[in-house]
Design a protein around this ligand. Structure first.
Ligand SMILES: [Ca+2]
Length: 241
C-alpha cells in the first residue's frame, strides 16, 4: 500500500463495559499523508472541508507520532481490531466525481475524494443518530512519499518524509472528534498511534490483550487536555528504515 489513497479502518468495539453507554469508535487511517497536507494543518490549496470541520469541532494534535515511517509496521498494531475496510488507489487517481476538481493536481484530487468519504461517514453517523455517541479518530500511517514530488504528499515544515525517521516520516496530523465529550481545541501533548488501542479499550471498558503494550491510555488528553506520559524514552537510529 503505497501512496495517498485511503485506508478507512473502522473499529466497532461492543465489549462488556464499565461505562453505561460506551461510545462507538471510528478510526480513519490515511495512507502516506504528510503533516502539512490538510487544510487544517496549513496546506494552502488542499480542499479538505470535512476533515477541517472535524478539526474545528474536535481536538487537533500537533505532536502525534506513528510507529514506523513505512506502511505495514505502522498499521500492524491495529490488527487486533474487529474488522477493517480499505481501498487503495494506485497511483493517486481519483474517481470521476473528483478528478481534476482540486487546485492541487492528482494528489489533491485523491485527497479531496478521501475527504468526501469522511463527509459521507459523518453524514451517516448524523442521520442514524449516533454521532454524539461516537469517537472518531483520524490520523495517517506514515509521512508523504516525497519521491513522487507533486504527486506525493507534503510534510509541511517537517524534515523529509516516508521511509525516514525524521519528523516528516513519523509525525502525522491527528484529530479526535466526539461531540459533547471532547472540547474543541488544539493539544500539544505528545501522543502516538500506539495509544489508540489502550484508549479505545479504556473507553469501551474492554480488557487489554495479555501482552506488553508500549502505548498508554490517552483519555486524559481527549477529555481533560492533560498529559499522559510521565517519562519520554528517546530512541536514536538510522534515518533510513
Ligand atoms: Ca503508508
Amino acid at each position: 500500500m503505497d501512496l495517498l489513497s485511503v485506508i478507512a479502518l473502522f473499529a466497532l468495539i461492543t465489549a462488556q463495559c464499565a461505562r453505561a453507554t460506551p461510545p462507538n469508535f471510528v478510526l480513519l487511517f490515511a495512507d502516506d499523508l504528510g503533516y502539512g497536507d490538510l487544510g487544517c494543518f496549513g496546506h494552502p490549496s488542499s480542499l479538505t472541508p470535512n476533515l477541517d470541520r472535524l478539526a474545528a469541532r474536535g481536538l487537533r494534535f500537533t505532536d502525534f507520532y506513528v510507529t514506523s515511517s513505512v506502511c505495514s509496521p505502522s498499521s500492524s498494531h491495529f490488527l487486533v481490531f474487529a474488522w477493517s475496510l480499505q481501498h487503495t488507489h494506485y497511483p493517486q487517481y481519483a474517481g470521476a466525481d473528483y478528478a481534476g476538481k482540486s487546485p492541487r493536481g492528482p494528489f489533491g484530487d485523491s485527497l479531496m475524494e478521501f475527504d468526501g468519504t469522511v463527509g459521507k461517514i459523518l453524514q451517516t453517523l448524523e442521520e442514524t443518530g449516533v454521532i454524539n455517541n461516537t469517537l472518531i479518530f483520524f490520523t495517517g500511517d506514515n509521512g508523504p512519499e516525497l519521491m513522487r514530488k507533486s504527486r506525493g504528499g507534503n510534510a509541511g515544515l517537517m524534515k523529509c518524509g516516508k521511509g525516514t525517521t525524521y519528523e516528516g516520516g513519523m509525525r502525522e496530523p491527528a484529530i479526535a472528534y466526539w461531540p459533547g465529550s471532547i472540547q474543541p481545541g488544539v493539544t500539544r501533548a505528545l501522543a502516538s498511534s500506539l495509544d489508540i488501542l489502550p484508549t479505545f479499550a479504556k473507553l469501551a471498558g474492554a480488557a487489554l490483550p495479555d501482552v506488553q503494550l508500549d502505548g498508554v491510555d490517552m483519555t486524559n488528553i481527549l477529555l481533560n487536555y492533560g498529559p499522559v506520559r510521565e517519562k519520554i524514552i528517546k530512541i536514536y537510529g538510522q534515518p533510513q528504515m
